[in-house]
Design a protein around this ligand. Structure first.
Ligand code: PLP
Length: 467
């Protein structure tokens, strides 16, 4: 190997280790400004090349001040996992091996790794073993892939071949979505030609759970081909739609039921929390992430479909120069929108091995317990209100005792105070018309001491605001 190429790989290794080891101490929020980052990263278009090792050091020097502590122990800002070292290492190999994971015949090992990892995922998530699994970039594309399968199957039952003939002239399909669904569900509907705003929105309760009775009434009124989109794990509250009840209703009306379970689906991997996701297995498809609770590096999500034929009809890519595997091997390109892509199965396989079923269960259970600890610490303080029922990993909080506008202002001021102090990373959101602080506990390195430190930082910021 050329010496600078070899040194580039060594520098990447050294810089990775140094960054990871600095995570507990470095500010969890970014300190660099936009102009500082442009200055450090920019410059004229490179004309002559540079030695690869110098490029790697230049890259790391330039970007590190603009990186968030997402892989560290006190990142509570969004529902974001913290790349597990086994996954990182498998990901380095994935890049070094340079496999195009589109087809079995092109890279048999990558295809078989996905086949095996898919079986383990279904087992751990307690979903039917006959489901098909597509390895996509995240839950956004998993929602897209599953809803494409749903669209195709529902229209096929109505006598229409949407894969061949498209949506123009097709029978209308009603899509029912809870009011507190994740924004990427609407993105998926947008990409699929079903319209972000053409949905029939179903009311939700204080925790964001779909009102099953209202769904039943709406479905009876509208009739016709239908898809019902539910969720397991609301992005703010962590709450679950009553998927079992919803499935009974929706299936009675002949509809397909999809679950957006980007992180919440993993409650099924944990005996102590599985009751939260009861009935979720009665659906027809599920979207979930590897890069959230499973802690794989980016990017990694899974599109899981109970009807493999519908999944394949929606996604299969065919051409005469692309040979299909003989002997029933798993064909990665039949289950995802892309042909050429990263061999995502390697990192998934590695993290599933490194944690094991027991490790995943205790990770999920531990995060839920830590979220409860955080909620208790905060709720003890006058003027602090935990807004949601903390059963999963999500805590949303409001500050102040005044009128709604005062509370919104106080909440934003506390969030800004915590961000200035920098001991932990968290942010705000709007929940049912009010500003809330959001705390997501979902990183594998997070321990009790991190929760306590963060709670102290939040309470100190609140006391400063309260005066
Ligand atoms: C994160 C999330 C998504 C989107 O997943 P990506 O991995 O960002 O594509 C969808 N739905 C829910 C409930 C989520 O939490």
């Amino acid at each position: 190997m050329r010496p600078d190429h070899l040194r580039a790989l060594e520098r990447a290794h050294a810089r990775s280790v140094a960054f990871q080891e600095s995570l507990p101490e470095r500010p969890q929020h970014v300190t660099a400004t936009l102009s500082e980052l442009r200055e450090a990263i920019g410059g004229p278009t490179p004309e002559a090349g540079s030695p690869s090792d110098e490029v790697i050091d230049r890259l790391a020097d330039a970007v590190e001040p603009g990186l968030m502590g997402m892989a560290g122990p006190r990142f509570f800002g969004w529902v974001i996992g913290a790349s597990h070292p086994a996954g990182i290492a498998a990901d380095w190999l994935t890049s070094a091996w340079g496999q195009n994971a589109g087809l079995y015949t092109v890279t048999p090992a990558a295809a078989v790794v996905e086949e095996v990892a898919a079986g383990w995922l279904l087992d751990i998530l307690q979903l039917q073993p006959e489901c098909s699994v597509g390895f996509v970039t995240g839950a956004t594309l998993a929602n897209f892939t599953c809803l494409a399968a749903a669209r195709g199957e529902i229209l096929r039952q109505a006598g229409w071949d949407v894969e061949a003939d498209g949506l123009f002239g097709a029978p209308p399909v009603h899509v029912y979505v809870g009011r507190d669904a994740h924004t990427t569900v609407f993105s998926a509907l947008q990409y699929l030609g079903m319209g972000r705003e053409r949905v029939i929105a179903i009311g939700t309760d204080d925790e964001g759970r779909m009102d099953a009775e209202a769904l039943d009434i709406a479905m009876a009124r509208h009739g016709g081909p239908a898809i019902v989109v539910t969720q397991a794990g609301q992005i703010n509250t962590g709450a679950f739609d009553p998927v079992g009840v919803v499935s009974d209703i929706a299936h009675r009306h002949g509809a397909w039921v999809h679950v957006d379970g980007a992180f919440g689906l993993w409650a099924r991997a944990c005996p102590a929390r599985a009751h939260l996701a009861e009935g979720v297995d009665s659906a027809d498809s599920w979207a979930t992430d590897g890069h959230k609770w499973l802690q794989t590096p980016y990017d990694c999500g899974y599109a899981i479909v109970r009807h493999p034929e519908a999944h394949r009809r929606a996604m299969a890519i065919g051409a005469s120069y692309l040979q299909t595997a003989a002997g029933g091997a798993f064909e990665p390109r039949d289950y995802v929108p892309e042909l050429s892509r990263r061999a995502r199965g390697f990192a998934t396989w590695a993290v599933l091995q490194a944690l094991g079923r027991e490790g995943i269960a205790s990770l999920v259970d531990g995060h839920c317990t830590l979220a409860q600890r955080m909620a208790e610490r905060l709720a003890d303080e006058p003027g602090v209100r935990v807004v949601n029922r903390v059963e999963l990993n999500q805590v949303i909080v409001q500050f102040g005792d005044g009128d709604p506008a005062d509370r919104d202002a106080a909440t934003d001021a506390v969030i800004a105070g915590v961000q200035r102090e920098g001991a932990c990373c968290l942010a705000g959101a709007e929940w049912h018309g009010q500003r809330v602080m959001r705390i997501s506990v979902i990183s594998w390195p997070t321990a009790e001491a991190d929760i306590d430190l963060c709670a102290e930082s939040i309470l100190a910021a609140w006391r400063a605001v309260r005066g």
